[in-house]
Design a protein around this ligand. Structure first.
Ligand code: DAH
Length: 358
């Protein structure tokens, strides 16, 4: 009995002192392996008298179990410690950037579209789209520009070849056809803006054959020009990020609006760059008016019940003004130096609360 107690103490100590998994395995083999000390004692049971065996059997069994348990517990602890040590040495700092700054940038036209959409979305407008290749009906006739109307010549239209059915598609000359498509698809009341590409056969410092417009359309009951002015005033102040903008509406003519106007905003051209909001000069920025009853009817809306206002803004022009870009043609040259200089970070998404530009 005495030497079993000693043996237990000795083995327990050896287990506790095993510094790693290999040392522990050696202790296990020495105690519980085939020729281990406990195994040898167990073998000795066979030579004992039944009485002796009855007494010694449970004692040896308990010893064997206790040592096996201690080894298992120690193995567990050593395993955890080994894992912790490995994790500590193999740690990777994933907060470090894996690459240098992103090389691409957001084109000023995309930036301005995002800004304008953010502003009008805040006024409850939704975004509508239409095709770049339009039918003559949507681009002209439905907008109260019948065949032979002089306004057709002013549009410098790109025509496609005539199709078998006599239809001659065009590259849309403005975003106004989206007005008709939106009215037909959604009916009244309606509040949409439609940004997109437009095309005219024209090219100089301030004109390119492909350019961008944004169309606005509001249809509801009792809509009048005061709503138009209020809406555009709010837009200009938000877009140019100034508290007040001087505005002026000049009478104009568009077949699809009656009355029609062009809107100018106050600016100052005395320095190198144009500054918006103050100064004595005027700058034309958009065309607008009250939607013509013929246009409403083409859109499937009863002009006796509903009225509306519409406006069309040149996006590229807005970008030139806001970001001081002198030549429109550079917008579409894909010159990387230009893009790096005038481009915006892809991570700064324009929003009213977060700021439009920075
Ligand atoms: N579509 C016109 C253009 O391209 C711009 C325009 C003027 C749009 C008046 C409108 C508007 O919606 O009401 O010149």
């Amino acid at each position: 009995m005495d030497n079993i107690e000693t043996l237990k103490r000795e083995l327990t100590e050896a287990v506790a002192n095993a510094a790693d998994e290999a040392a522990l395995e050696a202790v296990r083999v020495a105690a519980l392996g085939k020729k281990g000390r406990i195994s040898q004692l167990m073998k000795g049971l066979g030579q004992m008298s039944p009485e002796e065996r009855k007494e010694q059997g449970p004692v040896l069994n308990a010893l064997k179990n206790d040592i096996a348990d201690a080894i298992a517990a120690r193995a567990h602890a050593l395993h955890d410690a080994a894992l912790a040590a490995r994790l500590a040495t193999e740690k990777i700092d994933i907060t470090l950037p894996v690459r240098p700054e992103p090389a691409g940038s957001i084109h000023p036209v995309t930036q301005v579209i995002d800004e304008v959409v953010a502003i009008f979305a805040d006024m409850d407008f939704s975004v509508a789209v239409g095709p770049d290749i339009e039918t003559d009906f949507y681009n002209f006739t439905a907008l109260n520009i019948p065949p032979e109307h002089p306004a057709r010549q002013m549009h410098d239209t790109f025509y496609f070849h005539e199709k078998a059915d006599g239809e001659r598609p065009v590259l849309r000359t403005h975003t106004s056809p989206v007005q008709i498509r939106s009215m037909q698809a959604q009916g009244a009341p309606l509040r949409v803006i439609a940004p997109g590409r437009t095309y005219r056969c024209d090219s100089d410092m301030t004109h390119t054959p492909m350019f961008h417009q944004i169309e606005g359309l509001v249809i509801d009951k009792d809509i009048h020009m005061g709503h138009l002015k209020g809406c555009l005033d709010a837009f200009c102040r938000a877009f140019f990020e100034v508290d007040t903008v001087r505005m002026r509406f000049r009478p104009s003519h568009f077949p699809f609006t009656e009355p029609s106007a062009e809107m100018d905003i106050g600016c100052n051209r005395s320095g190198d760059e144009i500054s918006i909001g103050d100064g004595d000069d005027w700058l034309e920025i958009l065309g607008c008016g009250m939607v013509h009853p013929v246009v409403l009817r083409h859109g499937g809306i009863d002009p006796e019940i509903y009225q509306g206002f519409a406006f069309g803004i040149g996006i590229d022009r807005l970008a030139m003004l806001k970001y001081g870009i002198p030549d429109l043609r550079d917008f579409f040259e894909s010159d990387l130096r230009w893009l790096r200089h005038y481009g915006f970070s892809a991570l700064d998404i324009p929003s009213l609360p977060g700021g439009l530009s920075r």
